[in-house]
Design a protein around this ligand. Structure first.
Ligand SMILES: [Zn+2]
Length: 92
């Protein structure tokens, strides 16, 4: 389905974020997952991995030291929380 530009009534392709004719931004209707949402997902995965590594470091010596893992996990937890909050704000 073709969208119409609000400014000049020109047609907009589905993958165009701005009007080809007049350059005005299209109205935000269907948004792809933004950078923030993607970053939040990456951070979440890293956080889980870091948490697993922290637990593993208690039992195995091949992993980085427990304190290093714990510090990384805590930092990622805070980053994860703020990234989640930002992603949530964008969704609404
Ligand atoms: Zn236009």
């Amino acid at each position: 389905m073709m969208d119409r530009c609000l400014e000049c009534n020109g047609t907009l392709k589905a993958d165009e974020s701005a009007c080809f004719m007049c350059g005005s931004a299209r109205k935000p209707k269907i948004q792809k997952p933004s950078m923030v949402v993607r970053c939040a997902t990456v951070v979440k995965v890293l956080f889980i991995l870091s948490g697993v590594l922290t637990v593993a470091s208690l039992f195995f010596s091949v992993t980085p030291s427990f304190l290093k893992c714990l510090a990384t996990t805590i930092i990622l937890m805070f980053v994860n929380r703020s990234a989640d909050a930002m992603a949530e704000k964008q969704r609404t």
